[in-house]
Design a protein around this ligand. Structure first.
Ligand SMILES: NC(=O)c1ccc[n+]([C@@H]2O[C@H](COP(=O)([O-])OP(=O)(O)OC[C@H]3O[C@@H](n4cnc5c(N)ncnc54)[C@H](OP(=O)(O)O)[C@@H]3O)[C@@H](O)[C@H]2O)c1
Length: 159
């Protein structure tokens, strides 16, 4: 199974200058609890912004370059990344913008955190068609323990 997981500001922004624009402890926990124990697949720029492999997960980095990255599998396409795992395995696509654009076409499940505040940035989540997706879970918070704006976790499955 292929899952996309992302946090998107209400205006579509997901990052700026290869970094995230917010720090929401609850969202970091949500990301960690969903992805731990499962493979995570990311574009090379997202890997650079993390700076290290995520622990307790098989990390796969997609690049057009010939690279060796310690602690990561390096592949040259999303297809090559997905071919590393069986269909029963939940494989998480964790960004960034370029990789999400490809992955939303093939994903079965979509974990979306909506950050209910506008942010200016140079990376945007691609347009997606809500009619193709069924909302199966939703939880909203007025604010975080250390974050002042509302946000919500939504889980969708492809119809
Ligand atoms: N809010 C969130 O949930 C979230 C999550 C993840 C990332 N982000 C943000 O997203 C931004 C990064 O996104 P991005 O779009 O700039 O970069 P990205 O998707 O992380 O990585 C792009 C790189 O992936 C490789 N790539 C892309 N398509 C490929 C293909 N078809 N075949 C082979 N390699 C391919 C290329 O690497 P090479 O150049 O090495 O060839 C390309 O430069 C950052 O601001 C980050 O903070 C936000």
């Amino acid at each position: 199974m292929i899952s996309v997981i992302v946090a998107v500001a209400e205006n579509g922004t997901i990052g700026d200058k290869n970094a995230l624009l917010w720090h929401i402890t609850e969202d970091m926990k949500h990301f960690r609890s969903r992805t731990t124990g499962h493979p995570v697949v990311m574009g090379r720029k997202t890997y650079d912004s993390l700076g290290r492999p995520l622990p307790n997960r098989t990390n796969v980095v997609i690049t057009r370059q010939e690279l060796t990255i310690e602690g990561c599998e390096v592949v040259h396409s999303l297809e090559e990344a997905l071919a590393l795992f069986t269909e029963e395995e939940e494989v998480f696509i964790i960004g960034g913008a370029q990789i999400y654009a490809e992955a939303m076409r093939v994903a079965d499940r979509f974990y979306l955190t909506v950050v209910e505040h506008p942010y200016e940035g140079d990376a945007r989540f691609p347009a997606w068609n809500p009619e193709e997706w069924q909302l199966i879970e939703s939880e909203r918070f007025e604010r975080g323990a250390d974050y002042p704006y509302p946000f919500r976790f939504e889980t969708y499955e492809r119809k």
